[in-house]
Design a protein around this ligand. Structure first.
Ligand SMILES: C[S@@+](CC[C@H](N)C(=O)[O-])C[C@H]1O[C@@H](n2cnc3c(N)ncnc32)[C@H](O)[C@@H]1O
Length: 183
């Protein structure tokens, strides 16, 4: 479902990014399997919190920041204005190029998407990964039922679990982070 953030929401997210950028978003970006030349998808990039750190790790690669919200994408452009390796993608009716990404990640995005929309989004995400590509997500641990659906859909789409961990995020509580490989 399309949703545009309010000014207050943007302000509060900027504040959280300012105070928790390193501990929350950089920590996640640092765990992504990046060597520097990958094609990477940030699905639901928001204001570019994770992208800000992930893009630095791609001196020879490219990061696609995708969001359903035009307003978040325009804030994202501002956050990442100093980078030259970003593509911005406004995504309403999905059609990602097949087998085009080495790594795709979703950070606090999938738990907010309806079950029927997930049935459309996850196969699209899986199809956009190259063989051997990696999908990483981090979502709130208390969304038990949603996590079960997300995992089921991921595993039905040729993605195999490689790793998982629980991280404690300031003000957001525990989150589950999972890594999958496409085979
Ligand atoms: C809670 S924010 C997280 C933003 C960012 N990943 C972060 O961790 O700061 C969720 C983001 O996902 C986007 N989003 C929600 N549903 C989406 C969909 N179906 N396709 C693409 N983006 C979506 C929202 O517009 C929003 O920017």
């Amino acid at each position: 479902m399309k949703y545009e953030p309010t000014r207050l929401e943007i302000f509060l997210t900027r504040l959280a990014f300012f105070f928790c950028g390193r501990t929350v978003y950089q920590a996640f970006a640092d765990r992504l399997p990046l060597e520097g030349g990958e094609q990477v998808l940030d699905f639901g990039s928001g204001m570019g919190t994770v992208a800000y750190y992930a893009a630095k790790k791609l001196p020879h690669g490219q990061l696609t920041c995708l969001d359903i919200s035009e307003r978040w994408l325009s804030v994202c452009r501002k956050t990442l204005r100093s980078y030259g390796n970003i593509i911005y993608l406004h995504w309403e009716s999905p059609s990602l190029a097949k087998e085009s990404f080495d790594v795709a990640y979703c950070h606090f995005v999938l738990h907010d998407i309806s079950d029927s929309e997930l049935e459309r989004v996850i196969p699209e995400l899986a199809g956009s990964l190259k063989n051997g590509g990696v999908l990483v997500f981090r979502e709130p641990l208390n969304e038990t039922e949603k996590l079960r659906i997300i995992k089921r859909l991921i595993e039905q789409n040729r993605l195999f679990p490689k790793d998982s961990r629980i991280t404690d995020i300031p003000m957001m509580g525990n989150a589950l982070e999972c890594v999958y490989i496409k085979q």
